[in-house]
Design a protein around this ligand. Sequence first.
Ligand code: XBP
Ligand code: MG
Length: 228
Amino acid sequence: TPAALIFDVDGTLAETEETHRQAFNETFAAEGLGWHWTREAYRRLLRTTGGKERIRAWLAETGETVPDVAALHAAKTRRYVQILQTGGLRLREGVAELIDAARASGLRVAVATTTSRPNVEALCQCCWGSPGDAVFDVIAAGDEVAAKKPAPDVYLLALHRLGLPASNALALEDSRNGVLSARGAGLEVLVTPSVYTEGEAFDGALVLGSLRHDALPEGLRGLFSARA
Ligand code: XBP
Ligand code: MG
């Protein structure tokens, strides 16, 4: 039985990718680069996880160059945080209730994300009006590990900080790369596909239409009603 739920952030807690894309494009414009990532281009670029890595994939694809990828990505992060500070995002259906129910049942809640810590903070402030560590017991972020998803590192870091074996936790994801990462760390995975991941192959995971209580598998609902 799970003692903790480990949530992906982008696409799982909220549909963040259009906001990431907006932040990339506004940053490119502000830097006078003349690049624009359309939805179609971004769908392809999302196969590369991590914003810095995604910019490098774009450079490799187009032959463009920039003096400092890290500085460009830092500007994108500032822009993304600003957009969230104006209240630009809402949690996906069922997320707030699932986290409340998990807490009420004595489960711990964690994050394992490719994005960086400032973006998790901005999302928690935007959607809960609270700092990240008031919402989550553990936060493991992409800028803390050597290899981003689909590598298992960030889930292994979350498990390490929870002090739990993989058999005592459940991962919640929206993407194939996320499923590969969580499965690689030995976790069971529930997937709610998001706008950019609909139609991907989620081998070894249980796919749900949403995280609403009535869409959850029997076992998880039972766990909550028994303890709540
Ligand atoms: C999300 C990502 C991230 C965001 C951008 O993957 O790949 O790169 O698109 O974030 P997942 P940064 O949901 O599987 O964790 O620009 O901060 O890297
Ligand atoms: Mg995701």
